[in-house]
Design a binder for this molecule. Structure first.
Ligand code: SF4
Ligand code: SF4
Length: 161
């Protein structure tokens, strides 16, 4: 009984071991903590690697073709399925995804658990239209090259049998 009394008395004068949260400043997350995902669409190249390595498949990609031929590409992360494994960030060669130290993922709406971002992928420039003269010139050049190759081959010394 006495040892317990001693411990109780000591604890009466010790600082609490717990954080006074949510009173005061939020405590800092531990180093390399993997919290809320951050996605930077400005550096994303739409390679899709992050989607391939995400085991719970909590990423979604929308591709919308615009009137001018450009594509609007939107990546969406559903944090309710995310396991915060960090694989998407590890495999993103562009460092477009990072796992932040934000651990306060509380919310009342589904949107509170969605991270999304979009970027525009420009349509390739239209191929230049060749005139009939240019096509004829190209054909003539190809024929000449073919003839020159055949002539060179004919002049090659035949190997002794
Ligand atoms: S976020 Fe990274 S891995 Fe995912 S598509 Fe963009 S560049 Fe590729
Ligand atoms: S952290 Fe893991 S589970 Fe979450 S989106 Fe990235 S790969 Fe998927």
């Amino acid at each position: 009984m006495l040892p317990y009394l001693g411990k109780a008395m000591t604890n009466l004068f010790r600082k609490p071991s717990t954080e006074k949260f949510p009173v005061g400043d939020a405590p800092q997350a531990a180093e390399r903590y993997r919290g809320r995902i951050s996605y930077n669409p400005d550096v994303c190249v739409n390679c899709g690697m992050c989607m391939r390595v995400c085991a719970p498949q909590c990423m979604h990609r929308d591709i919308e073709t615009l009137e001018n031929g450009d594509q609007k590409i939107t990546f969406t992360f559903d944090l309710t399925s995310c396991t915060f494994c960090g694989m998407c960030a590890d495999f993103c060669s562009r460092h477009s995804i990072t796992l932040t130290d934000d651990y306060m993922m509380v919310g009342t709406q589904p949107e509170d658990f969605i991270v999304t971002g979009s970027f525009i992928k420009k349509a390739p420039p239209p191929k230049p239209k060749l005139t009939p003269e240019q096509i004829a010139e190209m054909k003539a050049k190809a024929e000449a090259a073919k003839a020159a190759k055949a002539a060179a081959k004919a002049e090659e010394p035949k190997a002794d049998a």
